[in-house]
Design a protein around this ligand. Sequence first.
Ligand SMILES: *Cc1c(COP(=O)(O)O)cnc(C)c1O
Ligand SMILES: [Zn+2]
Length: 443
Amino acid sequence: MTYHSWLECTRGCGRKYSIYDIIYRCEDCGGLLDVEHNMAALKDDSAAGWKARFEQRAGSFAWPYNSGVWSKKEWVCPEIDIENVVSLGEGNSPLLHIEQLGERWGIPDLWIKQCGTNHTGSFKDLGMTVLVSVVKQMITDGKPIQAVACASTGDTSAAMAAYCATAGIPAIVFLPKGKVSTAQLVQPITHGAHVLALDTDFDGCMHIVQEVTADKSIYLANSMNSLRIEGQKTVAIEVTRQLGWQVPDWVIIPSGNLGNASALGRGFMMMYVLGLINRLPRIVAAQSANANPLYKSFKNGFEKYQPVDAKATLATAIQIGHPVSYERAVKVLKQFRGVVEQANEDELANAAAQADLTGLYTCPQTGVALAALRKLVKRGEIRRDDKVVVISTAHGLKFTGFKVGYHEKTLTDVISRHANPPLELPADYTAVRKAIDEVVAKA
Ligand SMILES: *Cc1c(COP(=O)(O)O)cnc(C)c1O
Ligand SMILES: [Zn+2]
């Protein structure tokens, strides 16, 4: 049997499409499309065989199989020609046991998956390598694609611009004006993307990009495009491998458009079906209280879904009121006995600051996940001996304004309980010595 994947309607109408079709919703019923795989072919190999193959490739020099995504090519995108893979060495990010913070918060078996170490500084690279590779394959095969486009809260556009630049494909980025960090704005600019800063929020940009990409010459790179989810699901496999093929009890994910929570669910489910693991973790989707449509829906048992107007939040990458992958995420949360928790500005900023004090450097979105973790531990829902993995979605260096504001105590709705501003002193030995004696005495 041969490895094979295709797009299939998520609403169960059964309609299938090729992964090379330029289509994002089912033509019959309007449902989102998921990538599905020939599982029978994948089952020809044993679970032990797959584990050994993934282990071996992770440590090899064989491009592109040494990438954290392409080491799982058969599970992700089996049909693509290797020459068309556009890889920037994504994945294989560290999984750190953060004992000090764990002890302090009463949950010693605490781990953090550092997706911010990817090339463009966020997990978005994992999905973008798959999407841009498929586009390169389509262009090679003669499809008239002129550019790739996305709406972004900052990290998607950074990743899309870098991978498109690597492949020599034009990129168009729609950003909400004034709502992304300086680092995130400058990333696509440096890669030569056409950056359109619109006077709206993310949801407004999403609306426009869907209109623009209705014309099939411009390819849509948002996560309603499930090729990205296929790449992002490899985080679940990586985490499990890094734990010696043990399944954590909980995985906590900062959640906005809900693509990543869906992706991790798919990764765990695929390992379960193929026998690499024999149980599933519970999944926590963590939202900013200022952009919490999934949290609200969870509170009424997913009976009723209502988009919200996303208010300003420090966690700008998840400031989304109308998440595209809502249906996908609810399905995953039901399968994984999921929980949705939220964090306000004060909680997310102080959680991030506490984590930084133990040597991490967390982005505000990861602050939301850490704050959600604390709440669940305090409520006794997560128990002391549970193994917990927090997905850190981006590098803190993209959010310098957040860090500076915290330590200068200028953030709105935040009391900076762990601020550590620099001491300003005259260039005078006696004054300096006295100051040092004081700080050392305090420590
Ligand atoms: C995109 C992003 C998220 C949210 O992921 P979704 O798939 O939209 O839920 C969280 N954190 C960071 C840093 C991101 O860039
Ligand atoms: Zn359909």
